[in-house]
Every structure is written in C-alpha cells, then in structure tokens.
Design a protein around this ligand. Structure first.
Ligand code: FE2
Length: 435
C-alpha cells in the first residue's frame, strides 16, 4: 500500500493487542479502514493526514441506543419534576409538548448531539413521541436523521408515549409514523389502561414492524410493579414469529423486583428469542423506587444475569435535561460508569464488559454490527479516547480526542490541563496511576 487518506499511528485497539507492543496503526482510504497493522510495521503508507495517538485507546464510536431527542433540554420549561416520579414527568411533558414545533426540536437536538459527538458518540437511537395528531416529533426527527447522514447516524422510533390503546387515535398515529419513515416501531404496554390493552400494544407493535420490515423497541415494564410482565409477552411474540435479533425491551425495570424463579425463566426466554435489553441508569436511578419507604429500590434491570445468559444489553442515556431527568451532558462513558456502580459490575472483567455494552453490544441491538468495529473493510468509524484502555476510559470518563466517521474527523477535543503547586509532584497533574 503506497498511500492513504488518514493514518492513525500508535493506538491501542479496544479488545486486545494487535502487536507484541500492543500498539497498532489504522490505515484509512476513501472512508474505509483498509488495514490494521502492528505499529512496528516497517513500511508505512504516505498519508494525506496523520494522527499520532501516543498509545491512547482506539475503539469503535460509542453508541446511545436509547434517547428522547424531542424532549432534550426542556427541563424546567413547563415546571420542574419535584416529586421525581415517572408520572409527574409524563404530566409535565404533556404540557410542554403542546408548544412543540419542528424547529424547536431540531435546535435542541443539534445542541445535545453536539455534546454527544464531542464525547465520542457516533450512533443514536431516538424515540419520537407520536401521541400528538400533528406527529411533529416524528417529522422533525426523521428530517434530522436525514440531515445528519454520514456524521452521527440516527434511528428513529415511533414512540406512543400516551399508549396505543389509551386513546382512540393510537393505532392510526403509529401507522402514519411508519409511513413517514421511522426505522423502529415502539410501544408502551405497561402504560396502557389494562393488562389486556398492554398485550394488544405488544402484538400491534410487533406485527406493524414485521409487516414493514422494521425493528421493534418497546418501553416495557418501566415500573416497580413486579406484576408488570409484558417483557415475557414481547419475547414470546419474537420467538414465535421468528423475529430474533430484531426486538428490544427498553427499561424493563420491573425485572429488578421479580422473584428469582420468574426472572430466571424470563431471562432464558429472552435469550432464546434473541431479544435485547436496554438499561437506562440515569433516569431509572432517579425515577424508580419512589413509592418505597426504606430500603428504596433502584430500578436497574438484571444486567449481570442477562449477560451471563447471553442476552445482548445496551446502555441508554435516555434523557438529557428533560422532565424525567434534569441533569446530564450526553456522556455515554458517564452512563456506563453509573451503570457499573448501580449494577455492581466492578470486577476487572466486568469493567471491560461495561465498555462492550457501550459499543459492540449496542451495535447488535441497533443491527449495525455488520459494519461496526475497527477491522479492514469496515467503514472508517472510530474514536481515540484519552485513556490507555477500556478500564481507564470508564474510570476517568475520559475525553474523546477524535471522533472519526466515514474517514472524516467530526469532533476533536483538547485534553484539560491542570497543575498543582505543592509537594514532590508539583507541576502538571497526571491522572494515570503510579507504576
Ligand atoms: Fe425512555
């Protein structure tokens, strides 16, 4: 190979060494990774541009498989959620969404996505509330997806926030959202009026997706009620109708409270049905357990048990400053770090596993795994993080030095520099451990 567009030298590739030194070079031409070679390779191609990664971590871009872009940056605009409950969040959002227009949604979305890109996120699955007859959020977010093509890649979910059968227009609006070009069909069975309507919600969403060749991603069992068991219905539908790999259960917080015998049966069914699960640690740490006295549950689904059984698990940011969660800055490494704590995944192997949830596991859930990963022949999509390995990336919630999509650098960050003026290590602060 004589020349290339971009040569990234001296990086450590997530998932293991490519050479005895652990350092690799990544060679990119025409938006594609053409080779990944040991950094001590004697022949280097001439490159239009070079990046010396100085031993830092190269990984495929981080993925946020669960976000509500239509609601981002609205915290406080129709009142703050003082009770901290899911239901007060829905009530505040129902007020705020009366004044939504496409420009408002896009402006806030671009701001939030600029934060996410700056911190290494290259793919986002966003839910678009389709409970309003105008379908403003669906229109705005499908347009935004198309405008962003080639940079941050977006999947849009038709999300019936107010239920499909809780008002008379639900089915029609879902079908219309599909006609408008969403990528994924959503649902919210636990929010329907009755259990029977919840089952209908699951079946309608799956059959609408199947008829239109779309994926399924339901908000499901997002409650502390251990009798809320729609995830089982979803998995059974996926299994019986051959939808393995195309269906996702988002939130599934009730699984935290199921008895172990039932949870074991359900997790086995999810694995058999090829249904993925998305955990949303920011929102659910805040929203769940609000009806408890002490001890108070944290409604984090059973991530360790799901992974042990071979179920794909992704981590979502879910909210960034909205009526459900008033904080956040679009950092998927922070979401991963919070999950690591709440799910008690602090074992050495588990820390690396959490990094996988932010990358390869979420790629499986978004059905992009065939073009995802730092390998020759794949699109040149990657990040260089300011960390030596995945463990350090999560510990430091490290900066993203570069986000590269299709061979183009789409975000850069200058690392922060701090100094101390006392003691034997006076000078620039080094956050790496002493060796
Ligand atoms: Fe959500």
């Amino acid at each position: 190979m004589n020349s290339c567009d971009l040569l990234i030298r001296n990086c450590r590739i997530a998932g293991g060494p490519k050479s005895s030194s652990g350092m690799s070079n990544i060679i990119i031409t025409n938006g594609t990774i053409t080779a990944v070679e040991a950094a001590d390779s004697p022949v280097l191609p001439a490159a239009s541009r070079q990046i010396d990664a100085e031993g830092k971590l190269a990984a495929p871009p981080l993925i946020d498989p669960h976000l509500h872009l239509d609601a981002v940056l609205t915290a406080g605009q129709a009142g703050f959620n003082e009770s901290g409950t899911l239901l007060e969040g829905i009530r505040i959002w129902s007020e705020r969404k009366k004044t939504l227009d496409a420009e408002d949604i896009k402006k806030r979305s671009y701001r939030a996505l600029s934060w996410m890109a700056a911190q290494g996120t290259g793919w986002v699955r966003t839910h678009a509330d389709c409970s309003e007859p105008s379908l403003t959020a669906v229109k705005a977010l499908t347009e935004l997806r198309d405008e962003l093509a080639g940079t941050i890649e977006v999947q849009v979910v038709a999300f019936p926030q107010d239920g499909i059968y809780s008002h008379s227009e639900g089915e029609r609006l879902m079908k219309q959202a599909v006609e408008m070009g969403v990528d994924v069909v959503g649902g919210i069975p636990h929010n329907e009026l009755t259990r029977e309507d919840g089952i209908k919600d699951v079946e309608f969403a799956c059959s609408l997706a199947k008829d239109n060749g779309l994926l399924v991603d339901l908000h499901i069992d997002e409650t502390d009620d251990d009798h809320s068991r729609f995830t089982e219905s979803l998995a059974a539908y996926a299994y019986k109708h051959g939808m393995q790999g195309q269906v996702t259960a988002s939130h599934a917080t009730a699984m935290h409270s199921y008895n172990n015998a039932y949870a074991g049966k359900l997790i086995g069914l999810l694995q058999k049905a090829g249904v993925g699960v998305i955990v949303n640690p920011f929102d659910n740490a805040i929203l769940m357990g609000r009806g408890d006295s002490y001890p108070k549950r944290r409604g984090i689904t059973r991530v360790d048990e799901l992974l042990e059984a071979g179920v794909s698990v992704g981590i979502g940011h879910d909210s960034i400053m909205d009526p459900w969660y008033p904080l956040g800055r679009g950092s998927m490494l922070e979401a991963g770090s919070l999950l690591l704590h709440l799910a008690q995944m602090s074992g050495f192997r588990q820390i690396y596993q959490v990094f996988d949830l932010l990358t390869s596991e979420s790629a499986r859930i978004m059905n992009i795994e065939d073009r995802y990963g730092i390998e020759a022949g794949n699109p040149a999509d990657l990040v260089i993080l300011n960390a030596d390995n995945e463990y350090e990336a999560l510990r430091l919630r490290s900066e993203c030095l570069y986000l590269i999509k299709g061979g183009k650098i789409i975000s850069t960050t200058e690392p922060a520099a701090s100094r101390i003026e006392f003691g034997p290590q006076a000078g620039p602060v080094d956050y790496s451990p002493l060796t």
